[in-house]
Ligand binder design. Sequence first.
Ligand code: IMP
Ligand code: MG
Length: 174
Amino acid sequence: MKIENLETLFTKEQIRNRIKEIAQELNNIYKGEEVVAVCVLKGAVMFATELVKYLDIPLKMEFIRLSSYGSATTTSGKVNAVDISLPDLNGKNVLIIEDIVDTGLTAKFLIDFMNNNFNLKSLKFCSLLDKKVTRKVDVEPDFYGFEIDDKFVVGFGLDYDGYFRNLSYIAYKP
Ligand code: IMP
Ligand code: MG
């Protein structure tokens, strides 16, 4: 995958505007509440840091690291918890922040993990992208930025073999 061959899917302005809209929705939903935002590394790093800047609620950030991709563009079908150390989240409003929901295996794993380990006040799942057509398990993000079809995308945190996370926009190889 070469940067010259990439086509932009969402510009940085489109991404920023959409993130502001999601933030507004979250500000309304969580009004008067405290939230623990759990960023799923590495892919969600840009989305999470951008999103929380527009949240005007008491908030803490936690970071966990998972991996599911076997080769560069195909999911292994198995979620690996690389580092999932979290503080006591009992009684907390947890907002999981992900880059993309594809098969849904990662989202399902995380939701089950949270519910099995903590007695949360609430749990919501927010993903920048949603590839609904490739879903294998029945899970839907509570909030998402954009729905995309079955394309492998990079940029704004999303990688191909570790590269392209630094792009300020989201692109794909046509
Ligand atoms: P899922 O478990 O199949 O839903 O996949 C979730 C993870 O796969 C995401 O957190 C991404 O890291 C990765 N992923 C899925 N689709 C893409 C893509 O199009 N580009 C880059 N990474 C992707
Ligand atoms: Mg990835």
